[in-house]
Design a protein around this ligand. Structure first.
Ligand code: SF4
Ligand code: SF4
Length: 147
């Protein structure tokens, strides 16, 4: 059963994500999906505990193995977790797509920190695939999904 605090935190997080759409710049992204191949893109995807719980609530467990090389929600060129994807996925833009705006990212992350702490959720930042594995092992993904 999802706690009232977690529900409240999810509502506030959704407001942050909606606000980000104003800065999206999606028109410059050709949705090639290269950045979801972390090894190819040369980066790692980090997320807070709150973002990861929200991702699991919206998308459930990844259908494929989620590794340091490739996102487990990535299928073909598509994201199978679009509604729940974490902040890093929402703000990342490769150079070709115009680069990402650190000011927007920092503002959104500060807001996620505030939401986490005000709703009793630890503000931990971790590599996403490791965080998902930990949460699923603890049964937290199942607790969130389907409620
Ligand atoms: S940000 Fe760049 S690499 Fe990622 S999907 Fe868009 S165009 Fe492709
Ligand atoms: S959640 Fe979606 S956008 Fe983010 S890395 Fe995975 S497939 Fe890509």
């Amino acid at each position: 059963m999802m706690s009232a605090l977690l529900q409240q935190a999810f509502c506030e997080l959704e407001a942050v994500y909606i606000d980000l759409e104003r800065h999206d710049g999606a028109e410059s992204c050709r949705a090639c999906g290269q950045c979801c191949w972390f090894e190819v893109a040369g980066h790692s995807l980090f997320a807070t505990r709150l973002e990861t719980l929200y991702l699991l609530e919206k998308a459930g467990a990844p259908a494929r193995p989620f590794t340091a090389k490739r996102c487990g929600y990535h299928q073909g060129r598509r994201c199978r977790a679009r509604e729940g994807r974490v902040l890093g996925c929402r703000i990342y833009r490769c150079e070709e797509a115009g680069g990402f705006c650190s000011e927007v990212a920092e503002r959104a992350l500060a807001e996620i920190k505030r939401i986490s702490l005000s709703n009793g959720i630890p503000m931990e930042y971790a590599i996403l695939h490791a965080r998902i594995a930990d949460l699923l092992a603890a049964g937290l993904g199942e607790t969130c999904s389907g409620e």
